[in-house]
Design a protein around this ligand. Structure first.
Ligand code: SF4
Length: 972
């Protein structure tokens, strides 16, 4: 539908609604959708009971908002709580949510399957036999909390802070648990980001000092995606709906994906390059813009750090913009379409046509790379870096239809307490070899533990399943089975997973409608805050009940993490003598533990601009407002913050350096909500970077060391990677130069859009839609191998092999194969999620591991009659077990693409067979470690890591110093 038609429909709907004497209800979606129950009627909404048909039986509901937890997008959900039974009957979209605007993907409504899952874990469990033996005993929360708290307390008292680690997959919250760890004084935050997105983050961070893009797809003229955004990419549903909006308005959609993704099927240009060649193509497009003067000269002159580049790299040249332009032309002239065609295998005429389309976009050019090529290849971070270079050339940065830095399109409120930065540095997560690693080197943990770099006394996982999610899962099994390396493993999980079988405690935590969290994401050019809440708690409170503990309303003894972490913290320091308890103490009732109502009430009353006033309009408190509507839009059309003039009051005692950076002694910027601070802590002379002088004015700029967009990264140049200081193309580890004759590339970085990593194993609606992951093979390749769809093939990696079925399709580049992750779930015993986990037997001798499938899934009887209707047996194959670790030497990202040999399966092979040699995986690990450039050899200032780079749970500045460093510059 074009915009005119849409407007006409909206006007007609308004007229019709008002003619009936009803209020027209556009909501934040600005589109009248009659299906959205108006918010005024959320306390008592009536629907006809579908199961009573043809009898028209009325059902009354209370509609309670929460936030979906089934991917990172944090879309709004509305729980339909039956007023009679107080059970949730369904979840639909929340029209009050500015990001999702009432819409969800299939995984949102499937939250109902998760909360009614007959196999879910309802009570705390403690290991009863040996690790991994599958014997459990039910324990009380008190017993579990006291045991875990006393271990953590002892570790802290004995100064073994680094032996406490919290390893999170999907956080789904903004910093709550990081602050808990900071309160304990441990540098124990570990994330999954280096097996997910740190490569793209690196590419963006080196340009703009913020690690994610916020593309304004809806208003773009050209949308350029390097990943499958409409089905499985970043901010899946919120972005998908805006990409489609752009297309409806006539925008051109360019998609780079070696496989025909759902997104590619909507593209005007689907480019299927050889994996890893993406940056070469993007640079050919950049070169086309540069050589033909099709870039935004004024933007480049004002906002690129070209003066710094010339001064440092070409000191003999005058610092003139025209000179820089000439250098730029020379720098990129070798990236011709012919060169890109040679690298990518895509016709140079197609690439030229794409470049011409890009050149027409002007400042309405939205682009996005997340995971995909960046996460597949060594040097993949240059994919994001070169892609953003197109925006930087076109001046499409923080413009309507362009790309914003994420920090300007999200909102993180100040919490009730902010504990200090931990005074320790954890080498198990931030090793010296990766000074520029974007995130924790999480997937190397088993190797580090085996090498004796440290050990863990208490190890938590949360929404994380490293044995299944990470590469090299058997190395994880080996360390989890070794109690001298991991003393106590606590799995916080709502469902059974492959890693939890090796736990000492399994603690049941709530799904998306059973817990509190706050979050805000860069879904479009706006700032909003979403509130996840236990919906039955709110429903009961609306009925006048007092609920003090979320366990009172959750099934069994399922808890939520906010209350869990606060209680655990309280028990670590019961008398407050360690100085820890103060960060979870009630301000209203000193001496008592903080509760979630007080925690969120404080934030909503004190830290969210405009919320108090909005709530007052309805005569309710800010907390009641958020419990009632689930989201609040703080601002729209944020604009180009970098062009804002810095107010006089922030410019006390300024110093301007030779590259026009402006430093001040003023303590803080006037607004810290959207103004990123390049240097939040004072520099060596007591000043912090406040802005940058551009054409005589002091402007906010970007939070990079130069204050500008960094075409030239002095950080990369100074920390040992001079050859990558400007955007460039790095040949991937799967480049044809690096493959043997009989090897090809396996792409494993995509997923089916209806599975949720670990937590959808019993989401029956999703399982019925998608439950297998065959190997995509082009017909020409299949003919060479002599295989047809359904035949079994053996895929050999560097450390083993897996056996999977073939799917012959033209939706993949000839010669390349692909297999979706999110599949191949397994369990060792009958305990577990029975709808999507096969039962397997492990065979283990020395370093050699084998897995054989005993049986697939089958119908079974449970409290849900649908489990007797399970018609599928296949659950796919767990390919990640056969992948060794490939840590990118710069970004630290695991490079997922695999060099493999694909063959027809042997007669003795069975579907799902897996074989791995962990000795070989150690060899591969060591090979990649040899490529690193460690801080102790390459640090320019005696520190472990550039202080300005982002780091979750940043420790205190003094521990950035390398232990034996003599040259200490810029540290306290
Ligand atoms: S995109 Fe789907 S899974 Fe993700 S938050 Fe939205 S509804 Fe949930």
């Amino acid at each position: 539908m074009n915009p005119n038609e849409l407007n006409q429909r909206v006007s007609a709907a308004r007229a019709e609604t008002e003619a009936r004497g009803e209020t027209f209800y556009p909501g934040p979606s600005r589109i009248h959708l009659a299906a959205f129950p108006p918010k005024e009627r959320w306390d008592d909404w009536v629907e006809i009971e579908s199961k009573s048909w043809p009898k028209k039986e009325e059902r009354r509901y209370m509609l309670v908002p929460t936030t979906c937890f089934n991917c990172e997008s944090a879309c709004g959900l509305l729980a339909y709580v039956d007023r009679e039974t107080l059970n949730v009957r369904k979840f639909e979209g929340n029209p009050e949510h500015p990001g999702s605007r009432g819409r969800n993907c299939a995984k949102g409504p499937a939250t109902l399957n998760q909360i009614t899952d007959p196999d879910r874990i309802l009570y705390p469990l403690k290991r009863a036999g040996k690790r991994g033996e599958g014997k459990w005993t039910r324990v009380s929360w008190n017993e579990a909390l006291d045991d875990i708290a006393s271990r953590i307390r002892k570790a802290i008292v004995e100064k073994r802070n680094n032996e406490v680690m919290y390893h999170v997959g999907r956080p789904g919250e903004d910093g709550f648990t990081e602050r808990i760890l900071a309160a304990w004084g441990v540098d124990g935050h570990n994330s999954h980001t280096n097996v997910c997105s740190s490569s793209s983050r690196a590419g963006y961070q080196y340009w703009m000092g913020m690690d994610r893009p916020s593309p304004d797809h809806a208003n773009a003229k050209v949308v350029f995606l390097i990943s499958s955004h409409l089905e499985a990419g970043h901010y899946f549903n919120p972005h998908a709906q805006r990409v489609i909006e752009a297309k409806a308005n006539g925008a051109k959609l360019i998609v780079f994906d070696t496989r025909l993704s759902n997104t590619a099927t909507h593209a005007d240009f689907w480019v299927s390059p050889y994996p890893g060649s993406e940056a070469a193509i993007v640079l050919a497009i950049a070169n086309y813009l540069i050589q033909n003067n099709l870039y935004n000269r004024e933007f480049v002159r004002r906002w690129w750090n070209w003066k710094e580049f010339l001064a440092i790299e070409n000191p003999e040249l005058p610092t003139d913009f025209e000179i820089f332009e000439e250098v730029l032309r020379n720098q990129y002239k070798s990236y011709t379409f012919e060169y890109a065609a040679k690298e990518s295998g895509v016709d140079s005429r197609v690439l030229e046509e794409v470049a011409k389309v890009v050149s027409t976009a002007g400042t309405r050019f939205s682009s996005h790379n997340w995971r995909s090529a960046a996460s597949g290849n060594s040097g993949g971070w240059q994919v994001a870096r070169t892609l953003f270079m197109l925006n930087a050339l076109l001046g499409a940065v923080a413009t309507e239809g362009g790309v914003y830095p994420n920090a300007w399109n999200k909102f993180v409120p100040k919490p009730i307490y902010t504990p200090p930065h931990p005074p320790v540095w954890n080498d198990l997560t931030w090793p010296v070899e990766y000074p520029l690693g974007m995130n924790e080197m999480s997937f190397l943990l088993p190797h580090f533990l085996k090498e004796g770099r440290g050990k863990l006394d208490v190890y938590f996982t949360r929404v994380y399943n490293p044995v299944w999610t990470n590469p090299d899962g058997f190395s994880w099994v080996e360390v989890l089975n070794d109690e001298s390396l991991i003393g106590c493993y606590v799995a916080l999980t709502p469902t059974w997973n492959e890693t939890s079988y090796f736990a000492d405690y399994i603690l049941p935590m709530g799904h998306g409608s059973e817990r509190h969290d706050l979050h805000s994401y860069e879904t479009h050019d706006a700032q909003w805050l979403g509130f996840r809440q236990p919906v039955l708690r709110e429903a009961r409170q609306r009925l006048g009940e007092v609920v003090n503990d979320t366990r009172e309303i959750n099934p069994g003894e399922v808890w939520e993490e906010n209350e869990f972490w606060m209680e655990l913290t309280w028990r670590i320091d019961p008398d407050g003598k360690l100085g820890i308890r103060q960060y979870v103490e009630s301000k209203e009732h000193p001496g008592e533990r903080l509760g979630v109502d007080e925690y969120y009430q404080y934030i909503f009353e004190n830290s969210v601009p405009g919320l108090k006033e909005k709530a007052e309009e309805e005569n309710i408190t800010p907390l009641q407002f958020m419990r009632r509507y689930g989201a609040f839009e703080i601002s729209k059309k944020v604009g180009a913050i970098y062009e804002e003039v810095v107010p006089e009051k922030e410019l006390e005692d300024i110093r301007v350096d030779r590259f026009s950076r402006v430093y001040t002694t003023t303590a803080k910027p006037s607004s810290t909500n959207i103004v990123p601070i390049a240097s939040p802590d004072p520099d060596e002379d007591g000043r912090r970077l406040v802005g940058v002088k551009v054409d005589g004015q002091i402007l906010r700029g970007f939070p990079t060391p130069s204050g500008r967009l960094e075409f030239y990264s002095r950080t990369l140049a100074e920390w040992g990677w001079h050859e990558y200081a400007v955007p460039t193309y790095i040949k991937s580890h799967v480049h044809p130069d690096n493959l043997a004759e009989d090897q090809t590339v396996l792409i494993s970085t995509f997923r089916l859009p209806t599975q949720i990593h670990t937590r959808s194993a019993n989401a029956k609606w999703l399982d019925e839609i998608a439950h297998t992951n065959p190997l995509w093979i082009h017909p020409s390749h299949a003919a060479e191998l002599g295989v047809r769809t359904g035949d079994m093939v053996r895929v050999e990696t560097e450390i083993g092999y897996f056996v999977v079925k073939a799917w012959v399709t033209e939706g993949i580049r000839p010669g390349i194969v692909a297999c979706s992750h999110h599949m191949g779930r397994w369990k060792l015993t009958d305990e577990g999620q029975k709808q999507m986990m096969a039962t397997v037997a492990l065979d283990h001798q020395g370093d050699e591991w084998g897995m054989k499938r005993k049986r697939g899934v089958q119908p079974y009887s449970s409290s849900d009659p649908d489990t007797l209707r399970i018609w599928w047996t296949d659950v796919g194959v767990h390919q990640n077990l056969t992948f060794p670790v490939h840590p990118d030497p710069v970004s630290g990202m695991h490079c997922w693409h695999q060099a493999v040999r694909v063959k027809k399966a042997d007669p003795t092979d069975n579907y799902g067979d897996i074989s791995v040699d962990t000795d070989k995986s150690r060899e591969v690990y060591r090979k990649w470690m040899r490529m690193t450039r460690a801080a102790d050899k390459h640090s320019p200032d005696g520190t472990r890591r550039p202080y300005w780079l982002m780091r979750p749970l940043k420790p205190s500045r003094k521990v950035f110093r390398l232990p034996d460093s003599e040259e200490l510059v810029g540290v306290e």
